[in-house]
Ligand binder design. Structure first.
Ligand SMILES: *Cc1c(COP(=O)(O)O)cnc(C)c1O
Length: 373
């Protein structure tokens, strides 16, 4: 059994992928190319945003719009500590300072109450200027954007939605990547919508931001590529990967439904013994991960070794909250506790989740967990 089965998916879309990739190889327009433009149109259409720009990775999809905001080291961007490292790293790369916020125990997403407390703390200290907030749609579940926007408006902050795990999620039909001033997603192979390499996309309704993003994506270009008007990056996407995402987009809606069915099956069979993830009414999760919470670290160790014995793969996202990472030792978090992030890092574990899990495999996962307790 695979943790994420990309092979079954490939068998389903193989013909389409080969046809589309061959077309790129014949056209020899490898960088940007017509497939990239076509994909950007379809992505904007899917997410319901005015603009979508592909780029080289999910990390670039965060760095590029952050660069557009021209951050100084004295600018604070608030980000949950319980996420993939790149959420915070992108803030530092763009020149700003990440301020780590704790998460909500049951949603795994940024805790709006703690967010406001941290903004007030930073304002009170007077060293940094609050500029923005980066909520993360962790494991495919949307963050609480109503509450986040109330705070962002109050303190005049920009909102960058890190939807690297959230593409495909929605709330009352409004889709992930459309909840911030900017949305970012990743096409890393293991994400809900992946390619066969690295890639990402940036979404916005804001025309001014859109033109900055286009410029920064290609070395800060102005009227042409030898007119460099600002510092940018090489953040282009390539046409072969765009062709692959186009093929995957054709089956993506169906895959989202299958993911939800897998999640429902797990929840039905596991919620009596472990804390299972929830999705609010009117909301659809992209189910990038199905993440359970053990009673404590000891019980998690027991479950994970039981699963391993039965040949069932598992993963821990994330064993170290970012404010405890070696890279951010200089930010002064040694004596600061983010209790929910720290507790969950020692208790969470994720089980196989992809659209092609059959009932036999799901039963095997459930039995392995139950047998270990
Ligand atoms: C994967 C991921 C990223 C980075 O995406 P890459 O394509 O790997 O650069 C950023 N944030 C979150 C939450 C992610 O899961």
């Amino acid at each position: 059994m695979q943790f994420i089965d990309l092979k079954t998916q490939f068998e389903r879309i193989e013909e389409d992928v080969i046809t589309r990739v061959n077309a790129v190889l014949r056209s020899q327009r490898y960088i940007m190319g017509p497939e990239v433009q076509k994909l950007e149109e379809q992505l904007a259409d899917f997410a319901g945003t005015k603009h979508a720009f592909t780029c080289a990775s999910g990390t670039d999809a965060l760095v590029i719009p952050l660069m557009a905001y021209e951050l100084a080291e004295s600018d604070a961007v608030f980000v949950p500590s319980f996420t993939f490292f790149a959420s915070a790293e992108s803030i530092t790369l763009a020149g700003g300072t990440p301020i780590f916020v704790d998460i909500d125990e049951s949603t795994f997403n940024i805790d709006p109450v703690h967010l406001e407390n941290e903004i007030e703390r930073v304002l009170g200290e007077g060293k940094l200027k609050p500029r923005g907030v980066m909520p993360v749609d962790l494991f495919g579940r949307l963050a609480d954007y109503d509450a986040i926007w109330r705070i962002a408006d109050k303190y005049d902050l920009f909102v960058i939605e890190d939807a690297c795990q959230g593409f495909g999620a929605s709330l009352s039909g409004k889709r992930a990547c459309s909840f911030g001033n900017v949305g970012a997603t990743s096409f890393f192979p293991a994400k809900p919508l992946g390619c066969y390499g690295d890639g990402g996309a940036i979404f916005t309704d804001d025309d001014e931001l859109a033109s900055l993003i286009m410029s920064i994506r290609v070395h800060g270009q102005g009227v042409d590529k030898y007119d460099n008007v600002r510092i940018g990056v090489n953040g282009r996407f390539d046409a072969i990967q765009a062709a692959i995402v186009l093929a995957k987009l054709q089956v993506f809606e169906d895959e989202l439904i299958r993911r939800a069915q897998v999640a429902q099956y797990y929840t039905e069979h596991l919620s009596d013994i472990l804390r299972t993830p929830t999705v609010p009414e009117q909301s659809v999760s992209a189910w990038a991960q199905y993440t359970l919470v053990a009673e404590d670290a000891e019980q998690r160790t027991k479950i994970l070794s039981g699963m391993k014995e039965k040949g069932v793969p598992s993963a821990v996202y994330y064993p170290v909250p970012i404010h405890r990472s070696t890279a951010y030792r200089n930010l002064g978090y040694e004596d600061v506790s983010l209790p929910v992030s720290e507790a969950l890092a020692s208790k969470v574990f994720s089980i196989p989740m992809h659209p092609y899990l059959n009932e036999k495999d799901m039963d095997k996962v459930v039995d392995a967990i139950k047998g270990s307790l």
